[in-house]
Design a protein around this ligand. Structure first.
Ligand code: XIL
Length: 308
């Protein structure tokens, strides 16, 4: 991965100095991992995982089942339900087994819902049906019974139809004994859109009440359209809100941002969405996160993660 392997040494320096966890941004997705049917390519993810473990960081695996970044052989094929179940089972088994003992948690299911709370129409739901969710969780659990298994989505952090759908799904899976350990709350926010502290706390409490862990995943706060000190302090307040909510809920076990710095953000550096700027200098958002998590201002000790 170019970022870690060295175009800019400040990337690894910032990661090492401030984070204790890593989430690969793209390297564990289908198009990289299984570019041809049955042909697995774990090299790019291995580089990140090995780096993380050598530097004392834990790894959050992302992701096993999504509707995006799928290889063409998969999306252009015509599959029966049985065939696609077998393809999915083999993929999950191969990937989770490969990283067993090194990757301690997985986003097994990524972004399953539409914003209105209906199940998203995609290759998995269309061909296998809604059971692709419990099946995938079972297969991941079979491959590594000690890994924590998550469903990860956005817009599930305020009391609306999507949060309701996630709660209903999680409650049903738990009641059926399906191995689900937690909910990842993607927090791709902006200065124009962010849930309130009360909404975040309420959402986390609702998932925790089902016996689930919660994580803040993929946090970034897009500042497009704003600039200067006011924008930075507004951004810091929103990041601080996320951290405060996580700190207040004992079931919230990890806090992740989606990128090490603005120089590598998927939103582009002009969005200035991350707590470290283009030059890897901490912005006010970083102090707000540390304060919210009740961590020493030098570095995060636990419950954080670094890079995508
Ligand atoms: C994004 C990556 O950051 C980009 O580099 C890639 O081009 C597209 O995917 N929700 C997710 C992540 O769960 O996997 C996405 O990551 C961002 C939205």
């Amino acid at each position: 991965m170019p970022d870690l392997q060295g175009d800019d040494p400040r990337y690894a320096e910032t990661l090492d100095a401030n984070f204790d966890g890593v989430t690969p941004e793209n390297e564990m997705k289908w198009d990289t991992v299984e570019p041809q049917q049955g042909v697995f390519n774990f090299g790019p993810a291995d580089t990140i995982v090995n780096y993380a473990l050598q530097h004392g960081m834990s790894v959050h695996g992302h992701n096993l089942v999504w509707n995006q970044q799928l290889p063409t052989w998969l999306t252009s094929g015509t599959w029966s339900k049985d065939q696609l179940e077998q393809i999915l089972q083999q993929h999950i088994e191969a990937e989770v087994t490969h990283f067993r003992g090194r990757v301690e948690e997985w986003d097994v299911i990524n972004e399953p819902f539409n914003n209105d709370g209906t199940l998203q129409s995609n290759i998995w739901s269309n061909v296998i049906g809604p059971d692709y969710i419990p099946l995938a969780l079972e297969w991941a659990h079979d491959a590594d019974p000690t890994a924590k298994l998550f469903i990860n989505d956005y817009n599930i952090d305020w009391a609306g139809p999507k949060e309701e759908a996630m709660l209903a799904l999680a409650a049903q899976l738990k009641s059926e004994g399906v191995p689900l350990d937690g909910i990842g709350m993607e927090e791709h926010l902006s200065l124009n859109w962010a849930p309130s502290l009360a909404q975040l706390e309420q959402a986390m409490q609702s998932y925790a009440a089902l016996g689930l862990d919660v994580e803040v995943t993929e946090a970034d706060v897009d500042t497009t359209g704003y600039s200067g000190a006011a924008a930075q302090s507004q951004q810091a307040e929103i990041f601080g809100r996320l951290a405060t909510a996580c700190r207040a809920e004992s079931a919230c076990i990890r806090f992740s941002v989606w990128g090490v710095s603005d120089a590598v953000s998927w939103l582009g550096s002009a969005a200035a969405a991350l707590p470290f700027d283009q030059n890897y200098q901490a912005k006010p958002a970083w102090a707000a996160i540390l304060a919210g998590l009740d961590e020493p201002q030098s570095a995060l000790q636990e419950g954080s993660t670094g890079e995508p």
